[in-house]
Design a protein around this ligand. Sequence first.
Ligand SMILES: Cc1ncc(COP(=O)(O)O)c(C=O)c1O
Length: 279
Amino acid sequence: MRINGQPGHALPAADRGLHYGDGLFETLAVTRGEPLLWEAHMARLARGCQHLGIRAPDPELLLHECRSEIDAEQRCVIKLILTRGSGGRGYRPPARPSSTLIVTRYVPPDHPAGWWRDGVRVVRCHTRLAIQPRLAGVKHLNRLEQVLARSEWSDPQIAEGLMCDAEGRPVEGTLSNLFLVRDGRLFTPPLERCGVAGVMRAQVMVLAAERGEPVQEQDITWGHLGEADALFLTNALIGLWPVRSLAGRDYATTGIPRWLRQAVMPLALGPLESIATQA
Ligand SMILES: Cc1ncc(COP(=O)(O)O)c(C=O)c1O
């Protein structure tokens, strides 16, 4: 772990990330020693900084920090946390804050390869996402909704939980974005009220647009999910997981474009077994 450019584990107890969740984070996949989708992660971090009024760090410096933590490791996860730093009177941000940067390396999650191949089982979470347009899309440190939602199931066979907004519209998974396939067309919920604007979601949208099959951002209801031909989830580490069941309904994975599943594979960690075939 590195804190503000130095190896270490200690942080001032006055850090606003701890007190108020006053900060942002990025979780990056690293393969062959290189962070994937680096520009996309940096662009989202910069947007988040603008939203919160935190000075955006130089991406070159961040890359240097990440590389220092990666060493020669081939395949890992890097979590980058940027807080506003310490101080301020109560909630009021300090006039001249000095932000805190934490870079941590993790072993990649060891999910079964079948989750990529055959799809994942997903539950419907009771915990709702609050509607807050000023924070919608931002990967900020306040993640208590996801913590509560993830506490709703303990069955290791269940990979993800789908969360609705306060008005009952399905929005995203606890750690992933949601896509729906209907009659060969792709849809995803808009993220203007709540949710995290995933870098992999954006990537899927770019790939689909380049292919001439643009993803439509559209409010999705439980009725739409029931009528869908296929569903899938995305994030920067997993890439793409087809959904094989959600809240008791089974889905075929065949409706998900093959080209899309293949195009996403090299952009994420994917299953461990695919590493052997890559090498
Ligand atoms: C709540 C939430 N939504 C969506 C995502 C997907 O974001 P990304 O594609 O940037 O990993 C994440 C990732 O952790 C998440 O925590």
